[in-house]
Design a protein around this ligand. Structure first.
Ligand code: SF4
Length: 99
């Protein structure tokens, strides 16, 4: 007998919104708002679905004082240098850790 396949996405804090832009590691909204530039070294530099945050979310104090506010996405000419700088910073950190 076939049973229906039920797929649940991992949402550790589904009871309250925890978007990337409320997180201490958030740097900018990029790729027309579809992704976040994240400075948390343990995860990806670019995080899709930024409105959901991730399991490494850490609330930035005071950032959610204005309900409904969200940042404007940076245009590519502004976001590309920030993304490149974050990638370089992580490469330096990784190289230093492996010396
Ligand atoms: S990806 Fe996770 S750690 Fe990075 S800004 Fe979003 S919630 Fe924070």
């Amino acid at each position: 007998m076939d049973a229906p396949l039920i797929i649940h996405s991992f949402r550790p804090w589904s009871d309250s919104p925890r978007p990337c832009w409320h997180c201490s590691a958030f740097r900018a909204l990029v790729h027309q708002g579809s992704a976040a530039l994240c400075t948390r070294g343990s995860g990806p530099v670019i995080r899709s679905l930024p409105q959901q945050g991730c399991s490494a979310f850490e609330r930035e104090p005071g950032v959610d004082d204005e309900p409904g506010w969200h940042p404007t996405a940076l245009p590519p000419e502004q976001s590309a240098p920030l993304i490149a700088a974050e990638v370089r910073a992580r490469a330096r950190t990784s190289a230093a850790a492996h010396r």
